[in-house]
Design a protein around this ligand. Sequence first.
Ligand SMILES: [Zn+2]
Length: 199
Amino acid sequence: MFSPPVNRLITEFARLPGIGQRTAQRLAFHVLRAPSDEALGLAEAIREVKETVGLCEICFNLAVGPRCRICEDDRRDAEMICVVEEPSDVIPIERTNEYHGKYHVLGGALSPIDGVDPEDLRIGELLGRVEGNGTREVVVATNPTTTGEATALYIADALRERTPDTAVTRLASGLPVGADLEYADEITLGRALRGRRDL
Ligand SMILES: [Zn+2]
């Protein structure tokens, strides 16, 4: 129906989360209508993040350079590690202003059905970090979903075995069950952080 370049743009937009075929078409036509510098600005922004933003070598959060800003920040409590599934989960926790420790991003959640096993996540790296620097508390903030809960239990067991002196806590209930952390509002999330319990 469209010329190949237009089709290609529609296909690329349709790959984005939450974008259906119809919205992809609308976005493509928006780009076609937009002034060149505006449209190329979008292309350039995508290229720039892909070229400059990587993962922190310590916590696997997003980072420009080898380490993220949180790992570089000496004012943060280095004896506390908050474990999350994805880099996008760090943002809602930061917004609560209730947490002042470091993070560890797993890169997903355990899901044997989908072939996600412990080796596929950065659990080994987490255990190494906790063992290495005398961590006082690990707050497991994986999503309140089936896979997130299974991951939390797995991590708690592994830590109990390897580093029995480290407290392992989980966010208090009150978060919408089955939802992702990134959709929780900061008041609910702040309350869940303050009310965290032993795991
Ligand atoms: Zn980091």
